[in-house]
Design a protein around this ligand. Sequence first.
Ligand code: HSE
Length: 401
Amino acid sequence: MIQIAVLGYGTVGSGVVEVIETNKADINKKAGEELAVKYILDLREFPGDPYEKKVVHDFDVILKDPEVTVICETMGGATYAYDYTRKALLAGKSVCTSNKELVAAHGPELLRLARENRCNYLFEASVGGGIPIIRPLNYSLTAEHIDGITGILNGTTNYILTKMDKEGADFEDVLKEAQDKGYAEKNPEADVEGYDACRKIAILSSLMMGKSVNYEDIYTEGITKITSADFKYAKQMNKSVKLLAFSQDTEDGFFAMVAPFMISREHPLYSVNDVFNAVYVHGNMLGDSMYYGRGAGKLPTASAVVSDVVDCARHQGKTIMCFWDEEQVKVADIGRAKRKFFVRVSADKREAAMAAFGSLAEINVGIADEFAFMTQTMSEKDFAEKIEKLGGCLNRIRIMA
Ligand code: HSE
């Protein structure tokens, strides 16, 4: 029997217990042994909960119990979770986590501790919720040289942008509605400013490169400046606006970015709507492949955590290979990246914009007092200089090729 402790009995932690209970026949068969939740660590009591007697408040109880061999860390944050994870791995107990903040900040160190102590640090649930993406990158695509990953990695912002697109609504109104329905956090900063997607692409990029991509080196822009007017133009251009997180390993260097992009109807990520996530991976032999599903939520995320527990049960005393060294990847200056841009300026800047950008494609949706256009392909640096000379713009959105 595999005895498990769950750290944090919140949304994902309670989901882990529910998944193990609901699918126990299947899971035990696939694990080759019975999985049993022995402890749940939480500050709170849960009177009336069927698992209330398993709740403990002291992590040492779990750490010192030799029967516990697998820990599900579903607490979040990078303070207590970091301390408990280190202690667990040093004690030879495997840890399965949904905590992208901790994986992005300390992944390679925790993987090393797992190797040194012949156990596992697994994090399928940290990116894309229930979508299998860590395992495909780690196991299934090992014959590939992966040189590009583009993802819609945040469910909250994808829900907001989808509503803005389909209903012509404004950002603030949709955000409020999403908060009222419990889809968006009361403090939505990490989602709407792109920080959550940034940590997730840092994790995927590190697996792609086999070295550490520091999330703090990734240029990150959120969706708070996107307006209903931007969607009018996007529609006219047969495009939509999505918050994309991507990384590319090119001859010119390693590029990574999180920002809203206009993408055309033909792009596979165009149809990824509402709270769904998708990860589009390019390998040099396979070409493109895409992984799609529910990127957030209690049971999808918990399902991914439990899949890692099953892997631990199948690999007792062995560490599953994961190529993510502590050596840092140099992230290229985004000023060198080249693309087209969609731009809106006030109507009085029309002539100046035409002079600055030369050949441009005007886009007209009948909004008075402004001039909108798409540039030719140019570097981020050139673009920023031209916009500065123009004295700024109403908005600009990058265009995905
Ligand atoms: N806040 C995240 C999202 C949860 O909206 O995608 C899953 O990481």
